[in-house]
Design a protein around this ligand. Sequence first.
Ligand code: URA
Length: 442
Amino acid sequence: MVVVMGVNNMRMVDLIQKKKLGGKLSRDEINLIIKGYTSGEVPDYQMSALLMAIYFIGMDEEEIAYLTLAYVDSGDKLDLSAIKGVKVDKHSTGGVGDKVSLIAIPLVASVGIPVAKMSGRGLGHTGGTIDKLESIAGFNTNLPGDKFISNVNTYKMAIAGQSANLTPADKKIYALRDVTATVDCVPLIASSVMSKKIASGADAIVLDVKVGSGAFMKSISDAKELAMTMVGIGKSLNRKTIAVITDMSQPLGNEVGNANEVKEAIEVLAGKGAKDLTTVALTIAAYMTVLGGAYPDFEHAYSKLEQLVMTGKAIEKFKEFVEIQGGNPDFIDYPGKLPQAKNHIEVKSSKCGYIAAIDAEAIGVAAMLLGAGRKKKDDLIDYAAGLTMIKKIGEKIIAGDAICILHTNLDEYEEALAIVLSAYSFSDNPPRPINYIYDVIH
Ligand code: URA
């Protein structure tokens, strides 16, 4: 079958050939391809060939912006025009122990910048932000549209699960990329991420681009390329965008899971959080407030947010966040009210020395095996499951020290235990200290 599409009877095979030979696709061509693939007119095998051509040839800034817009136009677009002020969103490229959104939403809202957050559920490692919040009794992530808008206007914050019909073209293409080895391609990742933020109605976007063993991007130069590409899309499409490149060479903070990540977010908001998580979360939140126009520069914003934490205002705002979404905030004073696992297993090292590296992705897989994540889309999450990292990179240990605790309701956890043990590497000398923030791309 020869697939012939709309304008000037373009043939899909010719467009694949054009890209394969290094050509540039026009806006019309990109629109036709995306519409054709979403409707089923373009078959998987031709889309796969095009994706592979893009993987090797790349796309220029204009092509990437057109692809982003084609994704946005393929489905629902949120109309947030009834919300006053600059709507600022954030996005993380994904990591293990990443509970930054839970901290950033109340912090940014407490300085009067509206945060209207659409978030996804997680697949793999642990839950997404929505899953983590649903570990709180009563927390409703399915607010009706008018309630969502009125909460943002009144309290400056609301969160909801993404509409099923947000960027359907990206969803279909992402599934194809997953089985054609074309996920790790900067133009395709950048357009996929930015399309969801733009369709969700963001005026300004702060991107947390993770780099390291638990991230898509394993090197700082790759993370920088992705960050610059996404900031370029923002510029082309008139969205103020900043990308912060942050460390994911080990889990962020000490908790990996769902309910235990909520508990750790509270610790940060109360000024008692782990240093890496506190630094990354306040940095992302500070840039959000700068893009929202609350402060003239980052330094000013960061110190104001620190004050909110120290004075207890940040934790009060988090309490309000839980209440306005229907949740019971008692767990803030009594964390034991969050879901608790029946088994807590200490993982002890048989080695001595400094912790030189932790394979964060392996820790994520272990968390999933303990019940904290989904292998398949429809799997149920056990909110109580997860891990607590007792020792992290740079710490000195002796044989027999506990390095991690597994939390699970399962009675079989040997595989997770073995994965955690092999995720740690040791050295005789202290490793180089880790930066929490590597770069900021404006
Ligand atoms: N996250 C996305 O949303 N899209 C990608 O392509 C990769 C990560």
